[in-house]
Design a protein around this ligand. Structure first.
Ligand code: ATP
Ligand code: MG
Length: 436
């Protein structure tokens, strides 16, 4: 992409309404614009990152055996009356009527709707287990939307729902998601901390939240620091021993915190930190299936209400959380897996024929090798170009100017370390292609 043709409205001033780094940087780097309180437009650069995050979430869901579908954002109130949640949910739910005066709502979550989809279709335990997911916008009329996309009112969530014949099978589905979540967040460069959590309006008695440590996080966490070393590849979701181990590891939000149990963790490993909640798992048994009559014929010819769990990931919140984890004073530092472009190419002297030719050549070779490159060929000062690239945080920069070209070299800069290296244009292409 040529920067002169792109849509990248940067802000020079630090926006005063933004209290935390990720919100400030997303506004300054032209990733988002606020449309109304807690409601954002995703501009091209931000949208690219959102889609990368979404795709990682999708791939790990698919790999874990979940099936993607797409439910609507709008739902009829009557479904929520069946579960009893229509009255319970409170002011966070956006309610309205259509032209026929039918009561509708903008979905804050989808337990009722998926239960309706399931009960219409599945009749026998032989068709279980099933795990269905979608990635869809949610609306929750948060009392205090803040921190940009971290606590929005409209936000993108991946939510899935498992259906099993009994509790033991449902726990296997639960821990399969536990494992998938560890993988998902690690692929984004994050260190996820899974903690025992309260269940809130979703209900049930078993829940984990996945957090990313950050001083600006809204949750207080208490955990055994060894949990950061948890190797998800070693998790066998079907093993009761493994399940038990994961349940007994000390890691909890303040609501679930037990000071006496925490005191038994070796002192050097006791960690108290702030965290951003990026995902949550719930096992809630028959809370929805029983009142909504989502039943199947069981193995003994009996009728059983299916055992369910639900699992959410805050896709749009993750974009903010990743920035909280990876930035410095100059801007964002994207992990490769979610970067909007892999390489930023800077032409230091756009008017110069040799510079233009070298840049064009590099640009075409990188794009030809499938490496997304943002090419800054604008008439701007070198300082402004460097600052823009550092702000938007692409992992690699290639800087081409007349002085280097005379010696046959270009400069390769790694955003994360700031390390610079001079090498030939061919070697630069080979390095960047080799990194993929
Ligand atoms: P929170 O405690 O932060 O309000 P929650 O526990 O109510 O979140 P869940 O029902 O667990 O939210 O939703 C699944 C995921 O969706 C959360 O883990 C979080 O990452 C994301 N999420 C929830 N609310 C918001 C919001 N207002 N803005 C952005 N993301 C959100
Ligand atoms: Mg939650």
């Amino acid at each position: 992409m040529r920067l002169s043709q792109y849509f990248l409205p940067l802000l020079k001033e630090t926006p005063s309404e933004a209290q935390i780094a990720s919100h400030r940087l997303m506004l300054r780097a032209g990733m988002i614009r606020q449309t109304a309180a807690g409601i954002y437009t995703w501009l091209p650069l931000g949208f690219r990152v959102l889609q990368k995050v979404e795709q990682i979430v999708r791939e790990e869901q698919d790999a874990a055996g979940a099936l993607e579908l797409l439910m609507p954002t709008l739902q009829p109130a009557e479904l929520w009356r069946e579960s009893g949640r229509y009255e319970d949910y409170g002011d966070e739910m956006l309610r309205f009527k259509d032209r026929h005066k039918r009561e509708m709502l903008y979905g804050p979550t989808n337990e009722e709707l998926i239960t309706e989809v399931f009960r219409q279709a599945v009749r026998s335990y032989r068709d279980l287990p099933k795990n269905l997911y979608h990635i869809q916008w949610k609306f929750r009329d948060e009392v205090r939307p803040r921190f940009g996309v971290m606590r929005g009112r409209e936000f993108l969530m991946k939510d899935n729902y498992s259906f099993d014949v009994d509790k033991a099978a449902s726990l296997v589905s639960y821990f399969r998601m536990f494992k998938a979540y560890m993988k998902t967040f690690k692929r984004m460069g994050l260190t996820p901390i899974p903690v025992r959590a309260a269940t809130g309006p979703i209900g049930g008695d078993l829940s984990h939240e996945f957090h990313v440590e950050a001083e600006t996080g809204e949750s207080q966490l208490y955990f055994d620091s060894e949990i950061e070393k948890l190797d998800e590849d070693k998790i066998d979701p079907a093993s009761p021993t493994v399940q038990d181990e994961l349940l007994h590891w000390y890691a909890a939000t303040d609501e679930k915190h037990d000071a006496a149990a925490f005191a038994r963790v070796p002192e050097a490993r006791q960690r108290v930190a702030r965290g951003i909640e990026v995902g949550q798992l719930f096992y809630f048994g028959t809370k929805y299936s029983a009142p909504m009559k989502a039943t199947v014929a069981g193995p003994k010819g009996d009728t059983v209400a299916v055992e369910m769990g639900s699992y959410g990931i805050g896709v749009s919140r993750l974009v903010g959380a990743i920035i909280e984890a990876f930035h410095d004073d100059d801007g964002i530092i994207w992990p490769e897996s979610v970067a909007p472009f892999r390489v930023g190419l800077i032409n230091l002297r756009p008017g110069d024929k040799q510079c233009g030719e070298a840049c064009d050549q590099l640009y075409h070779r990188l794009m030809g090798s499938g490496i997304d490159t943002l090419y800054d060929e604008r008439e701007e000062s070198p300082g402004a170009k460097f600052a823009t690239m550092d702000l938007i945080g692409l992992p690699w920069q290639v800087i081409i100017g007349p002085r280097g070209l005379k010696q046959g070299v270009v400069e390769l800069k790694e955003r994360k370390t700031g390390a610079k290296q001079e090498l030939s244009l061919d070697a630069a292409v080979a390095r960047l292609v080799g990194l993929r």
